[in-house]
Structure formats: structure tokens, C-alpha cells
Design a protein around this ligand. Structure first.
Ligand code: PHB
Length: 386
């Protein structure tokens, strides 16, 4: 098989890239190890920056998102039993939209398949070859046969554990990493929303977050041991912990409901530089990971793809390589801003078990400053909305 761009991975980065290339007249093939059902059911985060929404709407894949997504104009920080609103829209003129990542995936798969786009699901043993030549190739097994795709470019959109990043010789990449001594326990619950805006809570027992998915389904998280066992958390213990961490002096109460999905999420920060090797370009989690506290992961993937798709379209239109040469540096600027913001939010809001009382007082002072200083609130708001 031959194509102009072979895209490894059908997550948000790979699918959106394929869609934007198609709109720009560039042909691509997407390969994916999982099935369509699996990628459409994987539970991930759900906060879209305004710029992400605008891009999806402008590229005609935002119709359901506009109908079913929830626009939020603020978030709540809760600590010392009190709630404080960060007025995102008043401060920045922009808003965020809550719409689950797997819904974005469904919309993108549909728009690609409706347009005759090629997505090959359930491929095995993918390997990348000749990345430093003008004719890179991707080989893989599918339905018992070996296949080979020759392309002019390869886009590595296969996430943190994919084959793309390790295909870059180690002397050509530099990696920056930090892990955190905690994870997030995430649940989906059948209940009405307890709050009109997301609540980020700092508590001595650890962080908690109240988010939403729909008028019937809520998304809740709480800080846990990353090695924790799901079986150690019967429903009653989960609710006790959430009630304790979200306790407040304002009479607000969390509504319980049937828990129908649960999982533990690891927290790490990671960046590889550069995001290019020869004819391979990395985008999304293949190149960088942020802890979810800043709600940036999907938005960074979308930004990478915005920059990469326009650089590739420019190349195929006029053989002008200038924008492709600038891809990594352009994308990394925003990546590092989000890395800092996500690390900062994580550090301010979580309980560090090896932290000293001195550090804890600093956290409280910083939270107090964020909610009482317009300058600091604006710093949070403009990073949060992107
Ligand atoms: C979510 O709704 O899944 C969510 C919201 C905010 C975050 C992370 C995840 O910071």
C-alpha cells in the first residue's frame, strides 16, 4: 500500500490529523492496534479548551459536541472547607466545554469513515522503517498477513506506550520525566450533577475532583496510592472518602449513585525533544504526558495536530518544508507551558505524604493567593482555558 502520510494510532491525535489532512487534500492511512469498539469505549478526561472546540467546529466535526457538550464559565477551588470560584470567562473572555474524549473519538471515526477514510483496526506488531529516508515504511500484521505501507511521512500518534517514540534512536532524543507519588481513582456514577461547575478540592486526606458527563452521569476522582487495588475500595469506602474530602461549611452535599465504572490513573509528567526524527513526527501522548489536574492532555494533542496538519498540507501544496522544520519547536512551546501549569496545579492541590507541615502551609497560602488575587486567578484562568 502507498499513501502520503501513514498515521500510527487512532486516538484523538491520529484521527484528527487524518481528518484535517483530508480537508487539506492530503491522503493518509491510520493503523490502530485496538478495535473500533475498544477505542470508542475507553474512558478518558473530558475538558475541551475553547480553541479545541473552535477547531473541531470549524473542521465540521463539532456538531454533536455543540449540542451535547456543557459550556462552563468557571471552576471552583475548595480548601479549608470553603469554595472559591475562578471566573474563567469574566477573566479571559473564554470558556471550557465538558465533553468526553471517547465522544470526540466517535465523532472523528464517523467523519473519517463517512468520507471513505482508511482506518485499519486490530493491527499487530507494527514496526517503523527507514524513518531517515524520503520513503519511510510501516510494516504490521493484520488478519494473519504481513502488510507494508510506504509513505512520505509517518505521524506517531500512538500514545505513551506506542512504538513510534522508541523508533527514534536514543541518541537523537532527550526525555524529561517526573512521576508523582499518587494516582487518581476515577469513577462514573449514575446521579444528577451535584454542582454546576467542576470542583477541585484540596484536603488533608488528599485531592478530590467533581466533574460531570451528562444530566444523568457524573465523573468523580480522588487521589489514591498509585499501587492501590480496586478491590480494596468497596462502594461505601469510596463514598466515605469523597464525602470527607469534599466536606464544606456551606451546606453543599455530594449526591451518591450507582458506580458503574472505576479505574486508577497513574500521574506523570513527560516530554521528548525534539518531536521529530527524519520523516517521523510525534503528536499527542507519544511525545508528552501531563498529570490530569490541568485538564490539558487532549488539548495538547489537538494543538500538535493543528500545527502538524497545516505544515504537512503546506509541504504537499508547494514542497515548502519551512513549516515542517518548525513543527517541533512550535508545538513544544505550548507543551512546556501546559507541563508547567499541570505540574503547578498538581503540586498545589494534592497531599504529599512525604511533605512537611511547612510545605502544607505553603500550599494553603498559594491557594489563598489564587482566590484572592486577580493577577494570580488570571494566571490560573488563562492557562486553564488555553
Ligand atoms: C474529567 O471530567 O474527566 C476531568 C475534568 C477535569 C480534569 C481532569 C479530568 O482536570
Amino acid at each position: 500500500m502507498k499513501t502520503q502520510v501513514v498515521i500510527v494510532g487512532a486516538g484523538p491525535a491520529g484521527l484528527l490529523l487524518s481528518h484535517l489532512l483530508h480537508l487539506g487534500g492530503v491522503d493518509s492511512v491510520v493503523i490502530e492496534t485496538r478495535s473500533r469498539q475498544e477505542i470508542e469505549a475507553t474512558i478518558r478526561a473530558g475538558v475541551l479548551e475553547q480553541g479545541t472546540v473552535d477547531l473541531l467546529v470549524d473542521s465540521r466535526v463539532g456538531e454533536r459536541l455543540q449540542r451535547e457538550g456543557f459550556v462552563h464559565e468557571g471552576i471552583i477551588l475548595r480548601f479549608a472547607g470553603r469554595s472559591h470560584r475562578i471566573a474563567l470567562t469574566e477573566l479571559t473572555g473564554r470558556a471550557i466545554t465538558v465533553y468526553a474524549q471517547h465522544e470526540v473519538i466517535k465523532d472523528l471515526v464517523k467523519v473519517r469513515l463517512d468520507a471513505g477514510g482508511k482506518i485499519l483496526f486490530e493491527v499487530k506488531h507494527a514496526a517503523l522503517y527507514d524513518l531517515d529516508s524520503p520513503a519511510p515504511q510501516v510494516r504490521f500484521h493484520r488478519e494473519g498477513k504481513v502488510h507494508e505501507i510506504e509513505a512520505q511521512f509517518v505521524a506517531g500518534c500512538d500514545g505513551f506506550h506506542g512504538v513510534s517514540r522508541p523508533s527514534i534512536p536514543s541518541r537523537h532524543r532527550q526525555e524529561f520525566a517526573r512521576s508523582y507519588p499518587f494516582g487518581w481513582f476515577g469513577i462514573l456514577v449514575e446521579a444528577p450533577p451535584s454542582t454546576a461547575e467542576l470542583i477541585y478540592a484540596h484536603h488533608e486526606r488528599g485531592f478530590a475532583l467533581v466533574s460531570t458527563r451528562s444530566p444523568q452521569i457524573q465523573r468523580l476522582y480522588f487521589q489514591c496510592d498509585p499501587q492501590d487495588d480496586l478491590k480494596a475500595w468497596p462502594d461505601a469506602r469510596i463514598w466515605d472518602e469523597l464525602h470527607a474530602r469534599l466536606a464544606n461549611a456551606e451546606g453543599w452535599k455530594l449526591d451518591e449513585g450507582r458506580i458503574f465504572q472505576r479505574g486508577i490513573i497513574a500521574m506523570r509528567s513527560f516530554v521528548v525533544e525534539p518531536m521529530r526524527y527524519g520523516r517521523l513526527f510525534l503528536a499527542g501522548d507519544a511525545a508528552h504526558i501531563v498529570p490530569p489536574t490541568g485538564a490539558k492532555g487532549l488539548n495538547l494533542a489537538v494543538n500538535d495536530v493543528r500545527v502538524l496538519s497545516s505544515a504537512l498540507v503546506q509541504y504537499f501544496k508547494s514542497k515548502d518544508e519551512q513549516a515542517l522544520k518548525g513543527y517541533s519547536a512550535t508545538a513544544l512551546k505550548r507543551v512546556w507551558r501546559a507541563e508547567h501549569f499541570s505540574w503547578w496545579m498538581t503540586s498545589m492541590l494534592h497531599r504529599f505524604h512525604d511533605g512537611t507541615p511547612f510545605q502544607h502551609r505553603l500550599q494553603l497560602s498559594e491557594l489563598d493567593y489564587v482566590v484572592n488575587s486577580k493577577a494570580k486567578a488570571l494566571t490560573l484562568a488563562e492557562n486553564y482555558v488555553g
